[in-house]
Design a protein around this ligand. Sequence first.
Ligand code: UD1
Length: 431
Amino acid sequence: MDSIRIIGGNPLYGTIPISGAKNAALPLMIASLLTPETLTLQNLPRLADVSLLVRILGNHGVDYTIAGKKPGDSSIAGQTVHLKARNIVDTLAPYDLVSKMRASFWVLAPLVARMGEAKVSLPGGCAIGTRPVDLLLMALEKLGAEISIEAGYVIAKARGGLRGAEITFPKVTVGGTHVALMAATLARGHTLIQNAAREPEVTDLAQCLVKMGAKIHGIGTSTLEIEGVASLNGAVHSVLPDRIEAGTYACAVAMAGGDVMLEGAQVDALRSALDVLEQTGAVVTPTNEGIRIARNGAGISAVDVTTQPFPGFPTDLQAQFMALMTKAKGQSRITETIFENRFMHVQELARLGAQIKLDGDAAIVDGVRRLQGAPVMATDLRASVSLVIAALAAEGETSVSRVYHLDRGFEHLEAKLAGCGANVTRVSQAG
Ligand code: UD1
């Protein structure tokens, strides 16, 4: 298994191109099941989760082709893929695939909407809390699907097709909103989704669905209205830049010091995190090219943060921000309101010398003057990148094992950091 070796102490200078967003790419790829025509996705990141979803979609009958590289394309430019689900050959999504990536459970929605039936394994995914799917199933039931659970599988049936309905989510759920949105596009009549997630990835999916012929109003707000159509068509859509990747590198620069252009990053998608980073002492400059982030030698100020649904501070940046706070001047309280049990990075950060106490849904971080490199272990996607951030500012060598977690969500992480002067290498180990 590979590990990543980091020797801390180098500031970061240069440009980091931001890839297409994983959390938009996945639902967009799944939306290809809604139409027999070709959905072309541009700027798709090269990630383990994307490759796995390709296999899952392939089982359902989706043909997948990658467009060739054009002259001048850089090695880290996103890929263009064509997805075509002319015939759905199987409405079963098996445990061995779905358990590897939670988001693949969302295939339930387009399958039942288009085929009137689906059987999908209950998901696995990152070990961050219990992460139930009750609200996703509630949405499909409201749209007329009959749901039963047998031997670890959800069976959804809507033989006469789905019908429009009013869906009110009791809490904001990104996956629930994706599922309700995809299913409602092909439901007969009018659907109203209240308390919908407003994450930019939901907006990206909605905009792609509109290109495919869906009728959706209220995009970008918490009230979505959908007028069902009989069928959807193909479309060409470019995946939006990954705000979590951009925020992660912004935390890295705030931690290690330096001056980096996050090429392609969008300010509106990242405003709350950028505000917080400015309070820590980083200098954030939006430009036409992207977001420039810099920190001089003045040190890191401690700031309290509470995770919230968009437009609040994203839970997917909580671990990275905590890494930054480990070297802040003073104490910071980081409260996690979205997922229980999303503090698995705390123990590993402590191995580098961080001082962190847990207090219910909050972590209290007392900044230390120095961190020291050590062997650490990646536990989930965002937690593992927080270890990389801490290691960039630690003295000596850190080796992060179990980097398959990183490969699920960060494209060319070592190359992007090394390109800005960090001493980061991947060590391949057989077996
Ligand atoms: C998505 C993101 C993930 C991000 C999260 C919150 C993808 C692939 N993943 O995950 O990176 O951390 O949004 O921004 O896009 N809940 C229920 N019942 C349900 C569904 C959710 O109680 O049926 C709860 C969850 O346990 C959690 C909260 O709702 O406490 C939000 O979860 P949700 O927004 O659905 O997260 P995901 O869509 O799984």
